[in-house]
Design a protein around this ligand. Structure first.
Ligand SMILES: *Cc1c(COP(=O)(O)O)cnc(C)c1O
Length: 381
């Protein structure tokens, strides 16, 4: 690398995750075009590692009305950044600090009467009405009230509304099988959900929002839409529907640099355990990124990177902090940019390619980068 231009500061980190907010904006536009209802942009897990506050702002400017997160802590990060849009947090437990959630006007999801009561008590302490949404299980057997206790939960919520401690602004559920091309389990969930909404109305609740659809359903199953779809994966470019392409774009680009080049003879064992032995004389390139940065260790011997337009193999075992490429006869110079993740359309590996090679979801790839990788947002509003 050269530093001839003294006015250009040298980078502190060689490893960069570039988050393109134009891609996020285009993905949101696609989801909104297809679904035509309100969008809750789910920014849990630091927006799949893209930066929750940045993505929340982009999503809201692109037309999302709600933000969704798993925990109160995640919601507070958004509020601390000055975001005033409605936020739903769904992993709420009576043993969490609920007062701060109520005080910050976060809609708290309740999946049982115990949680609802705890939220109501927090509201009394804070001296405010707590916003609540009720979660029904429609066949996932994960979170949510089972159908047989749903009635009881709705009645308790109606009572709390009467007492002025809570206001129920939504009823929601999550789909177990939206990515499955066979829609029958989605239809069953829709039937259960509609029955659950009916029970809520009969109990005297008037939930303004009814939402069931995740990304896959928002793009494929109009019967699930309700008043709002609740999307994460699709916003980040993940195609969640098996065998379908909705022209979503990944927003993450991961780059590093070549920091060493060396010529080695045939028969050179490379890295831990000599898992790779050079078949002929070649050049090896060292890249200072490894599994502790979020490059799956299992990509060793399978994955490829792009340097100057050429695909080059990652060879040997990936170390915690570094990996090695066999550059063969390709022209590679010290300091060259190494594209680890980029655009499939440009011949670069993308998160789906990594996921297929190592047997995980693209979700795992996007959420696994460590803070050691410097994140840079581009095309922010
Ligand atoms: C993560 C999550 C979503 C988003 O699901 P995608 O398939 O990523 O769109 C929606 N709702 C809940 C409850 C979630 O946990």
């Amino acid at each position: 690398m050269t530093s001839a231009d003294q006015s250009t500061p040298l980078p502190v980190s060689l490893n960069r995750r570039i988050v393109d907010h134009n891609a996020i904006r285009r993905n949101i536009a696609r989801i909104r075009d297809v679904s035509g209802v309100k969008l809750m942009a789910v920014v849990k897990a630091d927006a799949f590692g893209h930066g929750a506050v940045d993505v929340a702002r982009t999503a809201l400017s692109a037309g999302a009305q709600w933000l969704g997160v798993a925990t109160i802590e995640e919601a507070l990060e958004l509020r601390s950044a000055g975001i005033v849009a409605p936020i739903l947090a769904w992993l709420i437990d009576p043993r969490c600090a609920l007062d701060v959630g109520v005080r910050n006007n976060i809609a708290l999801s309740c999946l049982n009467v115990e949680t609802l009561r705890a939220v109501a008590e927090a509201a009394v302490r804070v001296g405010a009405t707590a916003e609540v949404q009720l979660e029904l299980d429609t066949g996932m057997a994960r979170g949510g009230a089972a159908p047989d206790v749903w009635h009881e939960l709705c009645l308790a919520a109606a009572e709390a509304e009467q007492a002025g401690t809570v206001r129920v602004t939504g009823v929601w559920s999550h789909l177990a099988n939206a990515t499955n091309p066979s829609p029958s389990s989605v239809e069953d969930a829709v039937t259960d959900f509609e029955r659950g909404v009916g029970v809520a109305l009969d109990a005297g609740l008037q939930p303004a929002e009814r939402h069931l659809a995740n990304s896959a359903a928002a793009l494929e199953h109009p019967a699930t839409f309700g008043t709002m779809v609740r999307c994460a994966a699709s916003i980040y470019g993940i195609e969640t529907v098996v065998g379908r392409n909705h022209e979503l774009e990944y927003a993450t680009r991961l780059t590093s640099r070549v920091i060493q080049l060396r010529k080695v003879p045939a028969g050179t064992g490379v890295g831990y355990g000599h898992a790779y032995v050079t078949p002929h004389e070649t050049t090896l390139a060292l890249v200072p990124i490894g599994y502790a940065d979020g490059v799956p260790r299992l990509l060793g011997g399978k994955g490829e990177v792009v340097i100057g337009g050429a695909r080059l193999p990652i060879v040997g075992t990936i170390s915690m902090d570094q990996l090695v490429l066999d550059v063969g006869t390709a022209t590679v110079r010290l300091g060259d940019e190494v594209v680890l993740l980029g655009r499939k359309a440009d011949g670069e590996p993308d998160p789906a390619e990594w996921a297929d090679l190592v047997g995980v979801f693209p979700h795992d790839v996007l959420t696994s980068f460590s803070t050691r990788v410097e994140r840079t947002a581009v095309n922010l509003t």
